[in-house]
Ligand binder design. Structure first.
Ligand code: ATP
Ligand code: MG
Ligand code: FE
Length: 348
C-alpha cells in the first residue's frame, strides 16, 4: 500500500510517500522558520497562508521524485491534530479533497502518534512494547506503548514543554528561533560545572516534569551576569547554555529510567524535536546501558516535524481499514490516550 503523508500542524509543510512494502519512497520539507523568526515564535495566520502556498507544489515534487502518479497512490494520511487549527485545516482540506478526487481512502493522523512512530522508519525498529519519551515544542510526555493506539500516559510536563524551555532559554541569550539547536551548539563551548542549574522535580516521586523553575533560574543567572551589551560575555553565555542543557537532559534521563523501572520494559524510544539533542541521546545511552535497556530514535530530520512520520502512522491505520468520512475535521486539542487501538479499529 502506497500512502501520501501530509503534515501541516505548525510551521513546517512536510510531504512524503511511504510504501508498506518498499519503505519510504520520497519526502520533502518546507520550513517556515524564516517567516516566523522575526516574531520569535510561530504566527498562526502566517503559518496557514504559507502552507496554502507551498502544499500542492510540494506534493507534486514528492510524486515526481518518487516517479509516482495519482493512480499509484492507495491512500492519504494527513495530520488532523493536535496543532494550530488554521494550519491543520490546510493539510486536512487538501488531503481529504485529493482522496475524494482520486477515489481513495484517507485518514487523519495524530501528530504525536506520528512523532512516536518515527523511529519505526529506521533500520532495526524497536518491537512493542516500549516506553516513549515525547519531547517536542509543545509536549513532554512519558507514554507506555503496548502497540499502535495502545498508549497510557505515565507522566507529562505540568508547565512548559522541554522544547519550549529550550526556545525560551535561547531567547534570553538572544539566540534565534527555534532555540534548541542554537543552545546545543553554544553549550559545546560551555564549561561544565561553572553553573549548576536545578534539576526540577527529580527529588519527588512520579513521572511528571516541570521546566518553568529552570526557566526562571536561567533568567536570573543571565541578569546577574549582564554586561554593557545587555548580555553576559560570550563565554558566560556558553556556560549558561551548557548548564541549562545539562539540567534538562539530566531531568529527562532520570525520569526515563524511572519509567522503565516502573513498567519493567527494556526499550525506550525518544521522539520529537528535542530527541535530536546529542547530549540527550548520549546520556540516555550511558544511563540505560547500566540497567540493560536500550534507546531508539529517528534520524535527525525525522525528530522534528516531517511528512514521513505521518505517512507511516497513516499507512498503519489505513491498512487496518480506518478511513475518514467526507466532512473535513481537525482536532486542535487531542489526547493521545483517546486514540483507538489498531486491532479494535479495523472494523470501523
Ligand atoms: P509538537 O510536536 O509538540 O506539536 P512542534 O511540532 O513544534 O511541537 P517539533 O517540531 O517536534 O515540535 O520540535 C521542535 C522543538 O524541538 C523546538 O522547541 C526546538 O527548539 C526543539 N529542538 C530541535 N532540535 C533540538 C536540539 N538539537 N536540542 C534541543 N531542542 C531541539
Ligand atoms: Mg516546527
Ligand atoms: Fe511536532
Amino acid at each position: 500500500m502506497r500512502v501520501l503523508g501530509i503534515e501541516t500542524s505548525c510551521d513546517e509543510t512536510g510531504i512524503a510517500l511511504f510504501d508498506t512494502e518498499k519503505g519510504l519512497l520520497a519526502h520533502e520539507l518546507y520550513s517556515q522558520i524564516a517567516v516566523h523568526s522575526e516574531y520569535g515564535g510561530v504566527v498562526p495566520e502566517l503559518a496557514s497562508r504559507d502552507h496554502v502556498r507551498k502544499i500542492l507544489p510540494l506534493i507534486q515534487s514528492v510524486m515526481d521524485t518518487a516517479g509516482v502518479t495519482a493512480a499509484d497512490i492507495d491512500g492519504i494520511a494527513y495530520t488532523s491534530g493536535p496543532g494550530l487549527v488554521g494550519a491543520l485545516m490546510v493539510g486536512a482540506s487538501v488531503g481529504r479533497s485529493l482522496a475524494y478526487a482520486w477515489k481513495i481512502p484517507s485518514v487523519g493522523v495524530h501528530h504525536m502518534e506520528g512523532h512516536l512512530l518515527a523511529p519505526m522508519l529506521e533500520e532495526n525498529p524497536p518491537p512493542f512494547p516500549f516506553v516513549a519519551l515525547l519531547v517536542s515544542g509543545g509536549h513532554t510526555q512519558l507514554v507506555k506503548v503496548e502497540g499502535i493506539g495502545r498508549y497510557q500516559l505515565l507522566g507529562e510536563s505540568l508547565d512548559d514543554a522541554a522544547g519550549e524551555a529550550f526556545d525560551k532559554a535561547a531567547k534570553m541569550l538572544d539566540l534565534d528561533y527555534p532555540g534548541g539547536p542554537h543552545i546545543a551548539k553554544l553549550a559545546e563551548h560551555g564549561v561544565s560545572g561553572r553553573f549548576t542549574f536545578p534539576r526540577p522535580m527529580v527529588d519527588r516521586p512520579g513521572l511528571d516534569f516541570s521546566f518553568s523553575g529552570l526557566k526562571t533560574y536561567t533568567l536570573n543567572t543571565v541578569a546577574k551576569h549582564k554586561g554593557p551589551s545587555g548580555l553576559p560575555d560570550e563565554q558566560t553565555c556558553a556556560d549558561i547554555a551548557r548548564a541549562f542543557e545539562e539540567a534538562v537532559v539530566a531531568t529527562l534521563v532520570i525520569k526515563c529510567r524511572r519509567a522503565l523501572e516502573a513498567t519493567g520494559y527494556k526499550r525506550l524510544i525518544i521522539a520529537g524535536g528535542v530527541s535530536a539533542n546529542k547530549r540527550l541521546r548520549q546520556e540516555l545511552e550511558v544511563a540505560l546501558a547500566k540497567i540493560h535497556a536500550s534507546v531508539f530514535y529517528a534520524r535527525h530530520e525525522f525528530c522534528t516535524d516531517n511528512g514521513a512520520m505521518i505517512a507511516y502512522a497513516g499507512a498503519q491505520r489505513l491498512a487496518a481499514g480506518m478511513t475518514e468520512p467526507l466532512p473535513i475535521n481537525v482536532t486542535p486539542r487531542w489526547p493521545l490516550e483517546s486514540l483507538p487501538p489498531l486491532d479494535a479499529s479495523s472494523t470501523d
